[in-house]
Design a protein around this ligand. Structure first.
Ligand SMILES: NC(=O)N[C@@H](CC(=O)O)C(=O)O
Ligand SMILES: [Zn+2]
Ligand SMILES: [Zn+2]
Length: 347
């Protein structure tokens, strides 16, 4: 039986496009389906200033294949030396849509992140004043905090105090992975949203660790227990406007994933929408998919909903994706959800 759903073209509110050959490979995979994406600034070196964001935006647009439309929504990487006036100017000109906070050492390319939050007070206050959202990688990095507890501890020790100290600051909790994260959003009416990835809606830590360790399921924040996955899925299918899709599609070369020290990140851009359609269908919530992928994000960021539409179609035959894509001298491995997919996307 064929089933289909036509909805406003979606956006991705958390995306890694990288640079150079990898950018060339992965950009069309997102632009094929998504109209816009919040572009993460964790390049090496990071995108710290307005000038660097403008140059990165130009490189992204130059890599966009003829005939594809896509708007990169740029962000700045917050450091302890970030100049509040540079943020204000980049935001006022429309170049950037958010500033990204990485606690130093929390994830891939986060070495220049924030250690002492007192040193970013002035920037956060300026952002509250001008209405520029702060996107947060919410994990503490203390050696003595277990990796599975790092998100919950971050909420108590860092996020809640920062929000209370900076009234009016609009925050997106990026890639939430716990019931604690979802509950914190639910408990706060104002100035708070959260993105959720594809992998955290369908996988728990058993999927990554039982019967062998699967490096392509390793990402940060790390997959948690099943109860957390269930809480995230409940939030995503609830229709609550504070939750929206941020795929966190984070490509690494295959050799860096299948390695002695595996890099964190799942490359989900090619099949994210197929997986989501199937997941929402399975939850009996296909009617909530458009809100999650196409409507709640623009509402949070104060942007229009896309005029164009896409159509998701469920067929009888399994939809397949390439296992890997070439990226310069390397390959990048496409995320495998571990179950057959039947939904495809057309525009
Ligand atoms: N999510 C990840 O596991 N990795 C991201 C960084 C991030 O979003 O934390 C990356 O840049 O590879
Ligand atoms: Zn992150
Ligand atoms: Zn990310």
């Amino acid at each position: 039986m064929t089933q289909s759903l036509t909805i406003a073209r979606p956006d991705d509110w958390h995306l890694h496009l990288r640079d150079g050959a990898m950018l060339q490979t992965v950009l069309p995979e997102t632009a094929r389906h998504f109209a816009r994406a919040i572009i993460m600034p964790n390049l090496v070196p990071p995108v710290v200033t307005g000038d660097q964001a403008a140059a990165y935006r130009d490189r992204i647009l130059a890599a966009l294949p003829e005939g594809m439309s896509f708007e990169p929504l740029m962000t700045l990487y917050l450091t302890e030396n970030t100049d509040p006036e540079d943020v204000a100017a980049a935001h006022a000109s429309g170049l950037i849509k958010a500033v990204k906070l990485y606690p130093a050492g929390a994830t891939t390319n986060s070495a220049s992140g924030v250690q002492n939050f007192d040193n970013v007070r002035a920037v956060l206050e300026k952002m509250a004043e001008i209405g520029c959202p702060l996107c947060v990688h919410g994990e503490v990095t203390d050696r003595d905090i277990d990796i599975f507890d790092r998100e919950a501890v971050f909420i108590d020790r860092v996020l809640d105090p920062v929000r209370k100290a900076t009234p009016g600051l609009r925050v997106v909790m990026e890639h939430i992975t716990t019931k604690d994260g979802a509950d914190y959003v639910l408990a706060n009416e104002k100035d708070l949203g959260a993105t959720i990835t594809v992998q955290h809606l369908i996988l728990d830590r058993n999927d990554m660790l039982v019967g062998g360790m699967r490096p392509h399921y390793y990402c940060l924040p790390i997959l948690k227990r099943g109860v957390h996955r269930e809480a995230l899925l409940a939030a995503a299918v609830s229709g609550d406007k504070r939750f929206f899709l941020g795929t966190d599609s984070a490509p690494h070369p295959t050799h860096a994933k299948e390695s002695e020290c595996c890099s964190a990140g799942c490359f989900t851009a090619p099949n994210a929408l197929s997986i989501l359609a199937q997941t929402f269908e399975k939850s009996g919530a296909l009617d909530k998919l458009e809100g999650f992928i196409s409507r709640h994000g623009p509402a949070f960021y104060g942007l229009p909903i896309n005029d164009e539409t896409i159509t998701l179609t469920k067929g009888d035959d399994e939809v397949t994706y390439p296992k890997t894509l070439p990226a310069g001298d390397h390959t990048v491995t496409v995320f495998d959800p571990g179950f057959p997919l039947f939904w495809s996307v057309s525009s």
